[in-house]
Write a new protein. Structure first.
Lengths: 334, 295
């Protein structure tokens, strides 16, 4: 069990390194010189050379890569070209916003998807079950980008219930000691601020959560359907257990495992989806910053972001492995 | 490519495949809509009521027909620069479908070839291809596509290249698994015993049996390609802004959302219907062409 985890961790590290190398090389063949775009007209050759050195863009690709790796080892991700700030500081500033968004979406997806699966199982022979299946198929077919824009039209314009852009009312954004606005305002009991932050999150969270909820609902409902015809469920039914209790107490416990593993994989897709969803809602997370970094050809920032996303995926996968193992006694002893 | 393959299978199995396809309501409805869309794309200059690039600030943000202030002749209204939304929508189908067909076909070609070889040959070929797919899929597609287009430079060819470079893995994974399953079947053993060359076994025996899955996947991939193109246009990394695209219209509509919601709603509805149609067509074809599921 532990060796298996270690092996996966090593494979993940290799993957991460591979991603870093590929991105580094790809970015070095980008047409367009970021330094040439930012120097003032009339700058001397020495100024340009100094500027290159400052952003780690002098020397051959091999030298640049070694210098970048050395910097990483020392905790230095370089300096962003477009924002002229330390990359690590920028990432640390933006990451909490994305994490709050992604985990809120995960929570909503699990609740919605789990609820739909249980409801669909209970109503499996009626029109209610058919309606849930149809809604599910629709949600599965259409990605977060389209849902985000549909929500903009519905909840931002037709019924303007929620703010369309940003993370917080600018007037309230001043006095935070961390960047986890929602968590901090909830912990410190400032409910008015928490409500404002949550209102800003409603639409991006829904856009990210709906496709994932549909995946969870489909897989969980299938697993529940299989569990419902097992002997132990039959026995409980003969003993007179009510149908809702049968589904929730007996079948659900045995159906959760496979759904959990799949939810983990899908959660990495959700993390990737934050890029475009944050863009649509002008939400100040790492995804939105990533689009700007690409448009501005900000190489140090793109590299840092790519590595951060890679790290997040690896962490999610390891966490899912651990949870699946913890839930499955056979695996834990094997 | 989809058409060619479908015809091939129909010919091989005779009428049942075609009849099964037409008996599947999802195939008829979704396929009919997509056929209409292809006609619109081909005949765009004759269908569009106005020049999609013609600006007239006197006619800016006219609402669609049926809302007070609408002008006759501008069925879906005009955008912030006074361009006809319907005409831009009609011309936008060209980019959307071109990218869908070309990118999906190329991704299918690359992924299927590697998947067939990997699943059939096994050994080190399989090890290399599988590892490559794992590394490739470890990365979020949206970020990767934006990154690739940044590297390749914006434009429709870069968009297509990015989609192919990212999504060949979808085909490769499925085709590899299917090939491995088929390779164990009796008919393959029989072909080996008969001494057929490997290339013939792979392309004449196994490939036709993988084709139903492949066609369904191809349809799904076209839907994905339409979305990716729209996202890249939305971010401003696809074709230049003087070519009307659904994604570009969505980006413009997002700017004028408070006083002209239809500029966003029209391309979004088109995108929604098209993705849904490709998706349903894929699901329907899979059911219609799969002899096991049909029973």
């Amino acid at each position: 069990m532990i060796t298996a985890l270690l092996r996966r961790a090593v494979a993940a590290a290799v993957t991460l390194f591979g991603v870093a190398v590929v991105v580094f090389v790809l970015l070095r063949v980008v047409p367009g010189d970021p330094i040439a775009m930012m120097i003032a007209p009339g700058a001397s050759a020495a100024d340009v050379a100094a500027m290159r050195a400052r952003y780690g863009l002098d020397g051959s690709i091999g030298e640049q890569f070694l210098a970048w790796l050395g910097g990483l080892a020392a905790g230095d991700f370089g300096t962003s070209i477009s924002l002229r700030q330390n990359v690590l500081a920028l990432l640390a500033e933006r990451l909490p916003a994305t994490l709050e968004l992604a985990f809120a979406a995960l929570l909503v997806a699990v609740l919605l998807g789990g609820g739909a699966a249980v409801a669909g199982t209970l109503m499996r022979r009626g029109p209610g079950g058919t309606a849930i299946d149809a809604a599910n198929g629709l949600l599965l077919a259409v990605p977060d980008f389209v849902w985000a824009l549909a929500l903009v039209l519905l909840l931002g314009v037709a019924w303007p219930l929620f703010p369309l852009t940003g993370r917080i009312d600018p007037a309230a954004a001043t006095d935070f000691s961390t960047r986890f606005y929602l968590v901090e305002s909830l912990v410190t009991g400032r409910l008015a601020v928490a409500r404002d932050v949550a209102a800003h999150m409603v639409m991006p969270v829904l856009a990210l959560a709906l496709p994932l909820a549909a995946v969870i609902a489909r897989v969980l409902k299938e697993a529940l359907g299989e569990a419902m015809v097992q002997d132990y469920v039959m026995l409980a039914r003969i003993k007179g257990m009510s149908e809702p209790r049968l589904v929730v107490q007996e079948a659900l416990r045995n159906a959760v495992g496979p759904t959990l593993a799949l939810t983990g994989v899908q959660f990495t897709f959700l993390l990737g989806g934050t890029v475009i969803v944050e863009r649509i809602f002008a939400y100040p997370g790492i995804g939105n910053m990533g689009v700007d970094a690409v448009v501005n050809r900000d190489l140090p920032l793109i590299q840092g972001l790519v590595l951060l996303f890679g790290l997040l995926f690896v962490l999610v996968n390891v966490a899912v492995d651990l949870m699946v193992a913890a839930l499955n006694p056979r695996l834990a002893h094997g | 490519m989809a058409e060619a393959m479908t015809v091939g299978i129909a010919a091989r199995r005779g009428r049942p495949a075609l009849a099964a396809m037409l008996a599947e309501p999802r195939v008829v409805v979704a396929g009919g809509y997509l056929l209409l869309l292809f006609v619109v794309a081909l005949l765009a200059p004759w269908i569009a009521p106005h020049d999609p690039l013609e600006q007239d600030l006197m006619l800016a943000t006219l609402p669609p027909a049926g809302i007070s202030g609408a002008e006759p002749g501008y069925l879906l209204g005009t955008d912030g620069l006074g361009r006809d939304v319907l005409s831009r929508l009609v011309y936008g189908t060209r980019i959307a479908l071109f990218v869908a067909v070309v990118a999906a076909a190329l991704a299918a070609l690359v992924g299927t070839l590697l998947g067939l070889l990997s699943g059939f040959l096994g050994g080190w070929v399989d090890a290399v291809v599988s590892r490559l797919v794992d590394v490739w899929m470890a990365f979020p597609p949206v970020l990767l596509s934006i990154l690739l287009v940044a590297v390749l430079g914006s434009g429709i060819h870069s968009v297509i290249a990015a989609i192919v470079l990212i999504d060949w893995t979808r085909f490769c994974r499925v085709v590899r698994a299917e090939t491995m399953a088929q390779a164990k079947a009796d008919y393959v053993t029989a072909a080996v015993v008969l001494g057929f060359p490997r290339r013939r076994i792979l392309f004449r025996e196994i490939l036709p049996n993988v084709a139903p899955t492949l066609i369904a996947l191809l349809s799904l991939e076209m839907g994905i390609a339409v979305i990716v193109e729209a996202i890249l246009s939305f971010v401003g990394l696809s074709v230049s802004s003087d070519t009307p695209t659904w994604g570009g219209m969505i980006a413009e509509g997002r700017q004028t959302i408070h006083h002209a919601w239809w500029v966003l709603a029209a391309p979004l509805a088109a995108l929604f219907l098209t993705v849904l149609a490709f998706n349903q067509l894929g699901g329907g074809l899979r059911r219609a062409l799969d002899p096991v599921m049909r029973r």
